[in-house]
Design a protein around this ligand. Structure first.
Ligand SMILES: Nc1nc(=O)c2c([nH]1)NC[C@@H]1CN(c3ccc(C(=O)N[C@@H](CCC(=O)O)C(=O)O)cc3)C=[N+]21
Length: 286
């Protein structure tokens, strides 16, 4: 292994400590930051993630509410719950866990969240703000990736970043954040004919596909920074990313592990966004 590890747990610990201090200060002023997590159905992975989010809130001194609903919940009922949370002054962040059951239009639900409480950064208003450089919530996973680059003191200006994946929640916002940070950005995806042609030129590679071994050692420029957003399971149930970690860590300069890399940072940035939202609410209250 030649690459240095970017430890998402260690960075999370530091950043969550900062959130805890801000939360304590705001709570002392009579406003406790609050996050509502809404889970519909019994997707086992979602159950674990949602529990981790609630636990992280508690540890940082944030108020959290977990609303769990049966998979039979109707779209109208869910929209009514979102509206109630929009109106609830004790709630500063609303997260509706994805995926939602097929009979519910996820877009419609996300657009129902008040943009000032959209701590996931999934609302079109948040996406639009990011696109034009206005204030808004950044999606937690790409935001966490940027924090990891900052943590290792990496200057993105003029660097070539290759993002693999073009989802609305990772690939596209990741490209926007890197662009904002003055990188030259290439977005590759399933219709890119020769992925390695692009990744071999990259100073930074972000793998966000959701498939194992998308990035192997022969595809990486020596010394590159590799951020692995993938969350996949092996046949024996082990968690692994999109990157062939054993191989790529022989070539890269920096690499994030899975688990213990981008995953915990996603939760950390959710806390940061919720904290930010509560501070804005406090400022507006005067
Ligand atoms: N509205 C919404 N917002 C989300 O942010 C959201 C979502 N829906 N749906 C599902 C995905 C997935 N996601 C993860 C967050 C943290 C870890 C995480 O902490 N992973 C640990 C390991 C956890 C384990 O062992 O399973 C790690 O990488 O070290 C994983 C996955 C957020 N998501």
């Amino acid at each position: 292994m030649t690459a240095q590890l970017i430890d998402g747990n260690a960075l999370s610990k530091k950043l969550r400590g900062e959130v805890a201090a801000r939360a304590a200060a705001l709570t002392a002023k009579g406003l406790k930051p609050g996050l509502a997590v809404v889970l519909v159905g019994d997707n086992p992975a979602s159950q674990v993630y949602v529990r981790n989010k609630v636990k992280a809130c508690e540890e940082a001194g944030l108020h959290s509410v977990l609303e769990k609903y049966d998979a039979s919940l109707t779209e109208a009922e869910l929209l009514a719950r979102v509206e109630a949370l929009n109106q609830d002054p004790s709630i500063h962040g609303i997260l509706v866990q994805l995926p939602l059951p097929a009979h519910i239009d996820a877009h419609k639900v996300i657009e129902a969240i008040a943009p000032e409480k959209d701590v996931d950064g999934f609302h079109v208003a948040s996406a639009g703000a990011l696109m034009v450089g206005q204030e808004g919530f950044k999606p937690c996973t790409p935001y966490g990736c940027m924090k990891m680059l900052e943590f290792i003191g990496y200057d993105t200006r003029g660097k070539h970043a290759v993002v693999i994946g073009r989802s609305n929640i990772v690939g596209k916002p990741m490209a926007m954040l890197l662009l904002q940070a003055n990188a030259t950005v290439t977005v590759c995806h399933s219709a890119t004919p020769d992925l390695a042609h692009f990744t071999r030129q990259a100073d930074i590679v972000v793998a966000a596909v959701g498939k194992r071994n998308v990035l192997t050692a022969d595809m990486v420029k020596p010394g590159a920074v590799v951020l692995d957003v993938g969350m996949n399971r092996t046949e024996d149930g082990k968690l692994c990313g999109d990157v062939d970690f054993a191989g790529v860590s022989q070539v890269a300069g920096w690499i994030t592990p899975v688990p213990g890399g981008v995953g915990p940072m996603t939760i950390t940035m959710l806390l940061v966004n919720t904290m930010e939202s509560a501070e804005r609410a406090a400022a507006a209250r005067g």
